[in-house]
Design a protein around this ligand. Structure first.
Ligand code: ADP
Ligand code: GLC
Length: 478
């Protein structure tokens, strides 16, 4: 049996701000249980809903040093859907309404978490062969593991992997401050280690010190070796190219299943979608106060409203997108400029635009099911899960050909009758508008073709099964 410990800053169903939580919370279920025991460790945030916190079982507590600070570490455990989750408790760091706050606070919070997580392992009764870290919040773990822990007998031989879910976020702060927080010696803050452009960089530390580096799609693994996508670390990504691979994300097919989903007005599957799916559209039109019309082309967006997701393109041609024969349903939160942009268009085109500026799992499922098309014109996209959810719900994705979007959405080819969605290459608003209008014309004028696109999309397999096998291979290699 091989033991693997995922360490991350979020995991469903406990705490989620984006796709990272979906991956960390669902992937462990899909490993071959005869060969791999995969467990998960996250912070015990006080904003985790009480329904989960009340069942967490206290295991032990101790104190660690964080440079000159001495800090309490509580360790809790909870079994959920057959997976063991561990929670690191410290209310000084993990209270507040959200898991993340200002970067200078997060820098200390996740230095604490990284050291506390490593220190807690010997008391778990579970010795990992591999520690699998995710994103900058856990970037210090491979560093600490090599720098101090591996001298202890218990930690010898433990390998580490870091998965980059988004290279944009690196955990960057002033070297002096980071030295003071982490207690790492001067020799660690050089350009071949944690230093980058005169600052300390947690993710860089993780990438330099981990035994293997992965990211969440094959295309993104290539893109981040170039200056455009490399977020100033493309040199490092090239230097680590031998240890870098891309494994595409899946989604939890038990949670995202139109046949059993309790959020939907009408359940359906690949066979019944022609007769049933539209009922979800009409139910949503009713709920959101849009014109009730089962034949209207409805485009959905469920997203963080940030520049990454391509909303400057959408803003540029919003009037043209919101033509009379289209309805647009948006669910998202993020940058105020985009929140207000969508609110404005809801006011302007009240019968056909609905701006839902909040976060709701339940509403997201309704949107995935109700819409005909799903718009995701990202500037960059390490993988993207929303387009996979759309495919699963028979909602045709319209995407830009970047990162995981390129790897998971096959563009429609009208001559060969192939493809699962629509895509465009250049980051250009009119190119996007052209492809939206093309999709719309297929929907209105070639309905049988449209339904075949839906059919192929629903048939495509983006469950975790394939990708979990690839992670298993990587673990075996290590
Ligand atoms: P990212 O992690 O970059 O935000 P992904 O596509 O990988 O993008 O994952 C986004 C996840 O967050 C999906 O599960 C999506 O449904 C969910 N999501 C985003 N915004 C909202 C929202 N406002 N309400 C509910 N779910 C949301
Ligand atoms: C990040 C990326 C997204 C990816 C998710 C899970 O948030 O932005 O593309 O799907 O992580 O890996």
């Amino acid at each position: 049996m091989k033991n693997v410990l995922f360490i991350a800053s979020e995991a469903v169903p406990f705490i989620k701000t984006g796709g990272l939580a979906d991956v960390v919370g669902s992937l462990p279920k899909y490993f071959n249980k005869d060969e791999f025991d995969v467990r998960v460790m996250i912070p015990k945030y006080t904003c985790i809903p009480w329904e989960y916190r009340k069942d967490m079982v206290y295991k032990t507590h101790f104190y660690i040093d964080l440079a000159w600070r001495s800090q309490y570490v509580g360790v809790f455990e909870l079994q959920y859907n057959g997976i063991t989750f561990y929670f690191i408790d410290n209310e000084f760091y993990f209270s507040g309404p959200k898991p993340y706050s200002w970067i200078h606070e997060d820098i200390e919070k996740f230095a604490f978490f990284s050291k506390a997580a490593l220190s807690a392992i010997p008391v778990l009764g579970f010795k990992p062969d591999i520690i699998h870290c995710h994103d900058w919040q856990t970037g210090l773990i491979p560093v600490y593991l090599k720098e101090r822990f591996s001298q202890g007998e218990f930690y010898q031989g433990i390998k580490s992997i870091i998965t980059i879910h988004n290279l944009k976020f690196q955990g960057i702060w002033d070297i002096k401050k980071v030295k003071d927080i982490t207690g790492l010696p001067d020799s660690y803050f050089t350009p071949d280690k944690l230093e980058a452009y005169n600052d300390a960089n947690y993710l860089k530390g993780g990438i330099v010190y981990a035994d293997r580096v992965t990211t969440v799609s094959a295309t993104y693994a290539e893109e981040i070796k170039t200056p455009f996508y490399g977020e100033h670390l493309d040199g490092l990504m090239n230097a680590r190219a031998n240890c870098l691979s891309g494994i595409v994300n899946g989604i939890d097919y038990d949670v995202y299943n139109p046949e059993t989903d309790k959020s939907l007005a009408a359940n359906y599957n690949q066979v019944t979608f022609r007769k049933e799916k539209w009922k979800n559209k009409v139910a949503l039109q009713k709920e959101l106060g849009l014109t009730e019309d089962k034949g209207k082309f409805m485009i959905g967006i469920v997203s963080r409203l940030t520049d990454q997701k391509g909303f400057d393109l959408v803003a540029y041609v919003m009037d043209q997108i919101c033509a009379e024969d289209v309805q647009l349903v948006v669910l998202g939160t993020g940058d105020e400029k985009y929140e207000n942009m969508f609110r404005h268009y809801e006011w302007k085109y009240n019968d056909r635009v609905s701006a839902n500026i909040y976060y709701s799992e339940d509403m997201s499922h309704k949107v995935y099911a109700a819409c005909d098309a799903f718009l995701m014109p990202s500037l960059f996209e390490p993988c993207g899960l929303s387009q996979l959810m759309s495919l699963r719900y028979g909602t045709v994705p319209i995407v830009r050909e970047t990162g995981g979007l390129k790897d998971t959405v096959e563009p429609y080819n009208e001559y060969e009758s192939t493809g699962t969605g629509f895509s465009f290459a250049n980051y250009n608003a009119h190119e996007m508008l052209g492809i939206i209008n093309y999709a719309k014309s297929v929907y209105y004028n070639h309905k049988r073709e449209w339904n075949k696109i839906v059919d192929r999309g629903m048939k495509a397999d983006f469950s975790w099964d394939n990708s979990a096998r690839k992670y298993e291979e990587l673990y075996r290699e290590l």
